[in-house]
Design a protein around this ligand. Structure first.
Ligand SMILES: *Cc1c(COP(=O)(O)O)cnc(C)c1O
Length: 402
């Protein structure tokens, strides 16, 4: 029977019944080690007792009131985000793309409020991914996502990744902001060097531009800091987050300094669902765990362990693994075989991985993984590499026999 779901995803023939920590239980009766975490979403793994409690307690009290009334749990989550970042204010959303939309609108409105409505253009970087709304596909600039959807939303200019001269040349009298992921996720775990980040901050200060970080994938502990910008020595003016902050519940946010947000006065922006009590309860519960003393140190330590083990994997299987890169628990393996094949074979070894550009396979495990989980992952990755080597050898022998 054909599926009534719009076929926009090439879904694997696999579904899951339940999850527990870093484990997923498939309807095929198998247990899978989840090193994808729903694309960096399930930051605390599956069915984390503290999250389950927060959601179910809130669910029995109040789901939705609208943003026409005070939402104390939202005030609390916003305050905690502000206290732990560069930001002064927060606006919630239901997804990453919406958080970026808020960031884009805020940057344009800032210049408009300063008497420069002509400054609306935003510079982004090749390989970027910022979401799938009309504005965010224009921001991402990837032809495969823009194709067939009419004229690209006006106001986005793109420069090559890491090209400071091209960036300088692209800044003009209409430029409002720069938008960048501290580590590009979808295009293959490409970290932006700290020196380049500092140069971006200097350029923004020099030209009166706002610096926007898309930390939708890198944020909420993923790299071993609460936010990846903390590694760089600089701060943005605006930052979008999502994915990990909801731990699996749809939740995003746009954070900003009060200066950058000064154009966003009552009535300028809004959302029906954003910041609803259910999402706020879960967001606070996620922060309870991530802000616990020692949690981020755990992520940093286990991330280093994983990176070291992956480097050893590459040494053992040089015909399969070409490169290991990433930070914290946001790791990428570039392989000599197509990443789709690598991921399929890894799934046969009961480990879930995620594809990315540049033939990279992403490892984005829940942040709660233990050393034993890393060891288990490596056993499975070793088995996957061995299976691929066996196939390569068979193919070579068939080739020789012909
Ligand atoms: C996932 C992602 C988005 C889009 O988030 P959605 O919730 O799918 O809209 C935007 N930017 C980055 C860096 C992402 O990883």
């Amino acid at each position: 029977m054909t599926s009534p779901l719009l076929p926009i995803y090439a879904r694997a023939d696999l579904s899951f019944e339940k999850g527990e920590g870093p484990w997923l239980f498939g309807r095929d009766g198998e247990r899978y080690l989840d090193f994808g975490a729903g694309v960096a979403v399930n930051a605390l793994g599956h069915a984390h007792p503290h999250l389950v409690k927060a959601l179910t307690e809130q669910a029995s009290k109040l789901w939705h009131t609208s943003n026409l009334y005070q939402i104390p749990e939202g005030e609390r989550l916003a305050r905690r985000l502000v206290e732990n970042t560069f930001a002064d204010v927060v606006v919630f959303s239901n997804s990453g793309a919406e958080a970026n939309e808020a960031a884009i609108k805020m940057a344009r409105k800032y210049h408009s409020a300063n008497g420069h409505p002509e400054r609306f253009r935003i510079i982004t970087f090749e390989g970027a991914f910022h979401g799938r709304t009309l504005a965010t596909i224009a921001a991402g600039g990837q032809a495969k996502y823009l194709e067939g959807f009419g004229p690209k939303v006006e106001g986005f200019d793109q420069v090559p990744f890491g090209d400071l001269d091209a960036l300088k040349a692209a800044i003009g009298p209409e430029t409002a902001a720069l938008l960048i992921e501290p580590i590009q996720g979808e295009s293959g775990i490409r970290p932006v060097p700290n020196a380049f980040m500092r140069a971006l901050r200097d350029l923004c200060d020099q030209h009166g531009l706002l610096l926007i970080f898309d930390e939708i994938q890198t944020g909420v502990g993923r790299t071993g800091k609460l936010f990846a910008y903390e590694w760089t020595g600089i701060t943005p003016d605006i930052m979008s987050i999502a994915k990990g902050i909801g731990g699996g519940f749809p939740l995003g946010a746009c954070l900003a300094t009060s200066e950058a947000a000064k154009g966003m006065t009552p009535g300028t922006h809004g959302t029906t669902f954003g910041g609803n009590p259910l999402a706020m309860a879960v967001g606070n519960a996620v922060l309870d765990v991530i802000l616990e003393p020692g949690f981020l140190q755990h992520v940093e330590r286990v991330g280093l362990l994983l990176k070291q083990r992956l480097a050893e994997l590459m040494d053992r299987h040089p015909a399969v693994v070409a490169e290991v890169r990433g930070l914290g628990l946001m790791m990428g393996l570039r392989t000599h075989v197509p990443n789709t094949e690598f991921i399929n074979i890894a799934r046969k070894e009961k480990i879930i991985l995620i594809g990315a550009g540049d033939n990279v396979t992403r490892l984005l495990p829940p942040l709660i993984i233990s050393d034993a989980d890393v060891a288990e992952a490596l056993n499975r990755l070793d088995a996957a590499c061995a299976a691929i080597e066996a196939e390569l050898k068979n193919a070579a022998q068939r080739g020789a026999a012909e």
